[in-house]
Design a protein around this ligand. Structure first.
Ligand code: BGC
Length: 389
């Protein structure tokens, strides 16, 4: 039932209790220990297959739990200024919770993160039709996106102090309307410096479009008990993409200066989120937009986004090779999804920082291309690094 991939990490008894009871991550001062990766059964899918839960742990005591159902980050602990590690993401206790449906909590999103207008795009004169699962548009890969499939998982051998989990999935030609067989690989690595690195690769046998991301909802204070309005955000992005009323970019790259979208210096998320005089805030019901980084395709040496929670002192830095980020302030959370420990996630109790190419790029030749050709390898990396201030 339970397999220790790297031994000497958790006692079997404690592991059994933790994994088959409530998936509550440790909310205590963790003693430093051995880094490793451990696997347990998470639950059974309607088709009889098991989904597993993988726990990555580093020497400092940070823990990330990932299920191969949707490649989903189920929990992720981070230290506060007293050195107390606690969960900082929204999610569910059991596979059943995810199967009931969540707004992409912690999931891998693909083939296309965010929206494609009217679910249509054209490549070499052929128009492809995708599911329109969001007010007439295509969102997050369709009805059965990468968040709802079972990925094949394996531990990356010899990863030492940086335990790593490899997930693979073959998205077949025609799946959700997309052309080309697309083998996808995602590697989650929990680094010894409390950073979670996500590396994505994909290839295709037919010209297609790809835009992969992760949809973790962060709440650095208490994993979703309170709202995120007091979190402070900095985005190294002088422009954002205004949208129409269905959240499709208009094509304009608008300077953020003088608008509620200016996070070029640290701002409390709640400070301007209810500015009803701003049409874009009204369309998004808050923040639900794509910001374009000043230095696109960064080198992974400098954070492009920084999220700080003053109460706990927790700091999250985002580093990415992607040119943009969708900052979504959890506007559609409405207390109807039951999360960990029976918690009902209320309005704006979690926020997403989804690194990505721009929404609707397949219909916008002027945007950086999301086309993948046979013979090319799609490659992108994002790092979520946790520390305190
Ligand atoms: C989108 C939102 C959407 C949310 C959950 C975000 O990436 O931008 O509009 O509601 O995902 O589906």
């Amino acid at each position: 039932m339970k397999k220790h991939i790297y031994p000497g990490f958790f006692s079997l008894t404690i592991g059994m209790l933790a994994f088959y009871g409530c998936q509550q991550p440790s909310e205590k001062k963790m003693a430093s220990g051995k880094a490793g990766l451990e696997k347990t059964v998470f639950g059974r899918l309607p088709d009889g297959r098991n989904a597993d839960l993988y726990t990555l742990r580093n020497e400092k005591g940070m823990e990330v739990k990932i299920t191969n159902y949707g490649g989903t980050i189920v929990s992720c602990t981070a230290p506060d200024r007293n050195g107390t590690y606690a969960d900082v993401v929204l999610g569910c206790d059991s596979l059943a919770g995810y199967l009931r449906g969540t707004p992409y909590f912690g999931a891998l999103v693909g083939r296309y993160g965010n929206r494609i207008a009217k679910g249509k795009f054209t490549l070499d004169g052929v128009t492809y039709s995708l599911a329109t699962n969001n007010i007439g548009n295509h969102l997050h890969g369709g009805i059965t996106g990468f968040d709802k499939v079972l990925w094949t998982a394996s531990a990356v051998e010899n990863s030492g102090a940086n335990p790593a989990l490899k997930l693979t999935y073959l998205s077949k030609d025609g799946e959700e309307g997309y052309p080309g067989n697309l083998p996808v690989e995602v590697v989650y690595t929990l680094q010894s410096d409390n950073a979670l690195k996500i590396e994505y690769t994909a290839t295709t046998d037919k010209k297609t479009v790809v835009n992969l991301t992760n949809h973790a909802y962060f709440n650095l204070a208490d994993a979703g008990k309170s709202d995120i309005l007091g979190h402070e955000l900095l985005l190294k992005a002088g422009r954002f993409l205004p949208v129409d009323s269905t959240l499709i970019p208009t094509g304009e790259l608008r300077p953020v200066a003088g608008t509620p979208f200016d996070f070029t210096r640290s701002f409390k998320i709640g400070a301007r989120i209810n500015d009803s005089t701003d049409t874009q805030i009204r369309y998004g019901l808050g923040y639900d937009h794509c910001w374009v980084f000043d230095s696109p395709g960064g080198s992974l040496t400098e954070p492009v986004a920084t999220l700080y929670e003053p109460g706990s002192g927790r700091l999250l830095e985002v580093l990415t090779t992607e040119p943009a980020i969708q900052f979504y302030s959890g506007n559609f959370l409405d207390g109807t999804v039951t999360g960990k420990g029976g918690l009902l996630y209320r309005h704006r109790t979690g926020l997403c920082l989804e690194t990505e190419h721009y929404p609707d790029s397949p219909n916008r030749p002027e945007f950086p291309s999301t086309v993948l050709n046979p013979g090319e390898t799609y490659r992108t990396t994002t790092v979520y690094r946790f520390s305190v201030k």
